[in-house]
Design a protein around this ligand. Structure first.
Ligand code: ADP
Ligand code: MG
Length: 346
């Protein structure tokens, strides 16, 4: 429990204080490298100096404008993460406070499904999409069975681990209650009823199923539908027009039908996560190595990227550099940006 401490940063309210470790995160974690960026700040690769464990840290600051709102958002996300216990949701390891910044510590993932698209510059294969979708759907079924809604499902928030496990991440928009009614999410992936809930009614977990359908199209076509429109026009279009479908007819019937089910405009016609887990698209047999192979291919592709792209994507190789057989240090990378690759041996 909370010591009678007035130590800087630790809230006095015991119920809140319980959410945070009292240690100085700058002493606990070392080797921080930025791996992602969001509205709140940045996400870092880091290592626990005592246990050597590799982790991801999302730093969220709460000073400057709207301090109270930012603090409320942090508390919400920390509480949400603390409740999650499922192999397909990101594992939360605790939170620290320092200098008006919360350090949310999570298990480390190599990158998001959106990072994979960016490295390969082409759509994923259907079996790969099926494996990622299956993992995400298991995570959603877990959330929905606990009356939680993710509300921001998209390739950028579906992470993959070194071992090819699929993890739902980014619970900054999630709702601990269903039904909900606020206008939350990322426009292109938003379900019609979320957009319409702006002035009428409520919605529930089915909004995540819609976003999962859009994510399937994103993985198959590299961008969600309407991505060339501005966000406002896209919202109007989603609410008013027919649902999008997969463009190419080279995809299998189960895949097309899965996407069509997810994208039923009326939530009552849309299957639940439990029902979709029985769909052929995710149930069809596939090699258990599919995602491990995809990750291996991605790492190989990162090593071949040109300098600018490499800088952006080298995070995919961080964990390997720490745990891998070579045991290389990272510092040499930081200086030249490119380590060996950049040097021409003559
Ligand atoms: P935001 O709310 O700004 O979208 P996210 O939680 O989605 O924040 O994190 C932003 C990015 O940071 C993600 O898209 C991903 O690339 C990276 N990231 C987040 N969490 C992790 C993690 N646990 N392991 C590896 N990368 C992560
Ligand atoms: Mg995100």
């Amino acid at each position: 429990m909370m010591p009678s401490s007035t130590r800087k940063g630790v809230p006095k309210d015991p119920e809140l204080a319980e959410l945070f470790f009292k240690d100085d995160p700058e002493e606990v974690f070392c080797d921080l490298h930025e791996i992602g960026h969001g509205s709140f700040g940045a996400v870092y690769f880091a290592r626990n100096s005592y246990s050597n464990e590799v982790v991801a840290i999302k730093k969220m600051s709460y000073h400057g404008k709207q301090t109270t709102e930012k603090w409320q958002d942090i508390i919400k996300e920390v509480k949400f993460l603390g409740q999650l216990r499922h192999p397909n949701t990101i594992e939360y390891k605790g939170c620290y406070l320092k200098d008006n910044t919360a350090w949310l510590v999570m298990e480390y993932c190599l990158g998001s499904a959106s990072d994979l698209l960016e490295v390969h510059k082409k759509p994923l294969q259907e079996v790969e999409i099926a494996a990622i979708t299956h993992g995400a759907l298991l995570g959603l079924a877990y959330l929905h069975s606990h009356n939680m809604i993710h509300r921001d499902v998209k390739a950028g928030n579906i992470l993959l681990t070194e071992l090819g496990q699929v993890k739902l991440a980014d619970f900054g928009s999630a709702s601990i209650a269903s039904p909900a009614n606020s206008f939350v999410g990322t426009p292109y992936w938003m379900a019609p009823e979320v957009i319409l809930a702006m002035d009428e009614g409520q919605y529930e977990g089915k909004v995540d199923i819609w976003s999962l359908g859009i994510t399937c199209i994103e993985l198959a076509e590299r961008k969600p539908p309407l991505f060339n429109m501005n966000a406002m026009s896209a919202l109007y279009h989603i609410a008013q027009n027919d649902s999008p479908t997969l463009q190419s007819n080279e995809w299998s019937d189960p895949f097309r039908s899965f996407v069509d089910y997810c994208l039923q405009k009326f939530p009552q016609d849309r299957p639940s996560s439990g029902e979709l887990l029985r769909h052929d698209f995710v149930r069809r047999e596939r090699s258990p190595r599919i995602l491990m192979d995809l990750i291996q291919r991605t790492k190989d592709a990162v090593r071949e990227l040109d300098n600018l792209q490499y800088r952006k994507m080298k995070k995919i190789l961080y964990q390997e550099k720490h745990n891998g057989p070579m045991g290389e240090s990272q510092e040499d990378e930081e200086v030249g940006g490119r380590g060996f690759k950049e040097i021409t041996w003559k």
